[in-house]
Design a protein. Structure first.
Length: 420
């Protein structure tokens, strides 16, 4: 019933796994990694220029940007439940994920037709709808392709490839802006073309995981399945942990804006800040995933938030603006993503029955995304009312208290189960 029924060796006809460092993962994981790499180049080209485009170019306030950043993080996350349930009931994970990728590609083209802050917000909402649809089915394909003991490694490989795209995306945006000063439309055009390539790669090279049981003729509403899943103590504990910590997780866009202010960095160089984060994430994703398999995924997940807290405290410290401050913020931020993104999905995978794997991952992602949405609103409000420094200090204090709380609660049965 659980993941042991879907070992990678059971996936007949899967593409050969690559040799070298990636040899232990099935071809499905590697192909999905390539799709994510290309898609992330497209997405991060837009994300890298978005804060300055909206706040400096279109005059959006910090509070409005906090709302938009929250929307970007998870305002449409509830759709993950619907997408996850559809994928579980139909056993068409690839089709549901492909629909999400295609919708996001269309939104990159739509950015060329809008020019006001809230029309951009509407397009980004549609883009997040696409991400909400695709994320859980994609992660379920990864989880169902490997045995329980290799979940962290598989997600580490995927996130490493995904992060290679996150590294290249800001560099591509920087290159476009270097050639075309204030050329935001050029960035959006190139981003759209790359997103279409990602959809084609998914259609051509990703294979569906064969169903072990016949798909039911009719889909049922997602709520009964959600209630069933939330009765699992391990998943319930993970959802609570992710939501509590997500409420005080400062979005990286805000951290980049704060760092730009400290460095007095020009707009042309702003897209390079995410490159440092992505480079650390790329190098750390696989070894951190393997470390999580050995030491416990929940411990590594909490450790990632400790690193994020350290980055926030460095931004608050009276350090001189220079390379030390840049490295002290971007390196812990990259390690934070390496220790939390794929690790959280790897922790949840073995807890979930195969027929509800996508729905269960969607429940967890929704809990985290909604908490981060609320956190972005709170941070944007605090910035507007008291300024960036006090807002960051309040967020750091909240993150410290939440880490202490979930560490105490997680020391019991739910925390031990989550480490499986």
């Amino acid at each position: 019933m659980y993941l042991s029924t879907s070992r990678a060796s059971d996936i007949a006809g899967d593409t050969p796994a690559p040799k070298g460092p990636l040899r232990a993962v099935p071809g499905t994981v590697f192909a999905l990694g390539l799709v994510s790499l290309v898609t992330d180049v497209s997405a991060e080209m837009v994300t890298a220029v978005l804060p300055l485009y909206l706040m400096a170019g279109l005059g959006m306030s910090p509070l409005a940007f906090g709302a938009l950043d929250g929307l970007h993080q998870g305002a449409t996350a509830v759709l993950r439940l619907a997408g996850g349930r559809i994928a579980d009931r139909t056993r068409r994970h690839k089709l549901v994920a492909g629909t999400g990728y295609a919708l996001s590609a269309a939104c990159k083209a739509a950015l060329l037709a809008v020019a006001t802050p809230w029309s951009v917000a509407a397009v980004l909402a549609a883009d997040r709808t696409g991400k909400g649809l695709r994320t859980a089915p994609r992660d379920a394909l990864i989880s169902l392709s490997v045995p329980p003991g290799e979940q962290g490694r598989a997600f580490g490989v995927h996130r490493a490839l995904d992060t290679a795209g996150a590294l290249l995306g800001p560099l591509a945006a920087f290159g476009v802006l270097w050639v075309a000063v204030d050329g935001y439309e050029a960035v959006f055009t190139v981003s759209c073309c790359i997103a279409v390539l990602g959809v084609l790669l998914l259609a051509l090279f990703v294979r569906e995981v064969p169903a072990r049981t016949p798909a039911p003729a009719r889909a049922r509403p997602p709520l009964p399945a959600v209630r069933t899943l939330l009765r699992l103590p391990g998943l319930r504990g993970l959802c609570l942990t992710a939501a509590v910590l997500g409420l005080f997780t400062v979005g990286d866009a805000f951290l980049y804006l704060l760092l730009q202010r400290r460095l007095d960095l020009s707009a042309a160089y702003f897209p390079l800040l995410p490159v440092g984060t992505a480079a650390v994430f790329l190098l750390a994703a696989l070894p951190v995933g393997r470390l999580a398999d050995r030491l416990g995924r929940r411990r590594v997940f909490l450790g990632g938030h400790v690193l994020l807290l350290g980055a926030c405290l460095l931004l608050l410290a009276p350090l001189p603006a220079g390379a030390l401050l840049v490295a002290g913020v971007l390196a812990p931020l990259g390690l934070f993503y390496a220790a939390t993104d794929g690790v959280l999905m790897a922790a949840a995978g073995p807890l979930l029955p195969a027929e509800l794997r996508t729905t269960g991952l969607a429940v967890l992602q929704t809990a985290q995304a909604l908490a981060r949405f609320a956190g972005s609103l709170l941070f944007g409000s605090a910035w507007t009312l008291w300024g960036p420094g006090p807002a960051l200090a309040l967020a750091a204090a909240g993150l410290l208290l939440s880490l202490a709380a979930v560490s105490v609660v997680g020391s019991g049965h739910a925390g031990n189960t989550a480490d499986s």
